[in-house]
Ligand binder design. Structure first.
Ligand SMILES: Cc1cc2nc3c(=O)[nH]c(=O)nc-3n(C[C@H](O)[C@H](O)[C@H](O)COP(=O)(O)OP(=O)(O)OC[C@H]3O[C@@H](n4cnc5c(N)ncnc54)[C@H](O)[C@@H]3O)c2cc1C
Length: 294
């Protein structure tokens, strides 16, 4: 299929982009095109105009940010996967990106595009929520920030207002003794997850949990934070039994729907399994030591 006719704009600066977005409310931002173009080809999106942000300077940078990371919105999945700085500071992001689609998709797709598209089964939104990431957003009138946990509002729905552009993502630094786990159920390698879980655990050196973060994808309209499971873990020893109790709380906190890939009941059951696996991986990696990041 072919897309409906659209006007094409390729601004050279962020200011020009924001002015265009303010002037053209029907416009869509074009980043890697890996989600938007298939939707246009299928007639599921029919924007009157595309604002191509690929030429904007400074949006592909990866920098250290007070012990954490600051990533431009145009950082490609492949960069997330291979950058030595990202692999050292935030291996969770690198692993998540390596699970996306295929090498062609990863070379074009962008961090900002994946977050803005907000597929509930996508890896990067899930990991952004679990890691406590913050999104930097600009519009003609100014700038704002929003936590990843607040950014995702529903199925393919975010906190972004018309005219707004995601410009960057900040990943906070992690205390020593922090480890992550990422587990997903997929039919074939590179598929969107049927169910995915990302856990981040910080231990105090004596085996007790100082901080727990657990998010699930594919079991609701957007990545879901497992508050009950997190509360069960925080403050106590990370024994097998406590991990199992936390995982047992997960099916009660998710809201899956049945589709062609899996029934809601199967997704709910697998949510528990993926949560346990992610927690167990995170515990194994949460060994105290200087500068180790999730
Ligand atoms: C074959 C195939 C397999 C895939 N498999 C997976 C997978 O396993 N897991 C996974 O997570 N994803 C998968 N994807 C999707 C891929 O990750 C996309 O790259 C991503 O979802 C969108 O990023 P993009 O840069 O291509 O955005 P685009 O397609 O250009 O844009 C997507 C949406 O985000 C908006 N947007 C883009 N950038 C910004 C910005 N900076 N600010 C505000 N809005 C913006 C656009 O207007 C559009 O609405 C797959 C895609 C394909 C084609």
């Amino acid at each position: 299929m072919y897309p409906s006719p659209f006007a094409y704009h390729a601004p050279a600066t962020i200011e020009e982009t924001l002015a265009l977005l303010a002037r053209l409310p029907e416009a869509k931002i074009l980043a890697g095109g890996q989600s938007l173009l298939p939707m246009m080809n299928l007639g599921l999106a029919q924007p009157g105009a595309l604002v191509d942000v690929n030429d904007l300077p400074g949006l592909e940078t990866v920098t250290e940010d007070g012990g954490g990371l600051r990533l431009g919105a145009l950082v490609r999945h492949r960069t997330l996967e291979t950058s030595p700085l990202i692999r050292r500071r935030c291996p969770a992001l690198a692993e998540a990106a390596s699970l996306i689609g295929n090498i062609r998709v990863r070379h074009r797709g962008t961090l900002g595009g994946s977050l803005a598209h907000a597929d509930p089964a996508a890896e990067l939104p899930l990991v952004a929520v679990a890691l406590g990431a913050t999104l930097e957003i600009r519009r003609l009138e100014g700038a704002r920030e929003v936590s990843a946990a607040q950014f995702f509002r529903g199925y393919l729905l975010t906190d972004l207002a018309p005219g707004e552009l995601v410009t960057g993502v900040r990943i906070p630094p992690f205390a020593p003794g922090t480890g992550y786990g990422l587990a997903e159920l997929v039919r074939r390698a590179g598929d969107f997850a049927i169910v995915a879980a990302c856990a981040v655990l910080t231990t105090d050196g004596a085996g007790a949990c100082r901080h727990a973060s657990l998010a699930l994808g594919g079991v609701g309209p957007h990545p879901l934070v497992m508050r009950r499971a997190e509360a069960l873990l925080a403050g106590g020893p990370l024994t097998d039994r406590r991990l199992a109790e936390a995982a047992d709380a997960v099916p009660g906190e998710v809201a899956p729907e049945s589709d062609v890939h899996a029934t809601a009941a199967y997704r709910r059951a697998m949510a528990r399994v993926m949560a346990y696996r992610a927690l167990a991986q995170a515990r194994a990696r949460a060994v105290p030591g200087p500068g180790r990041a999730a």
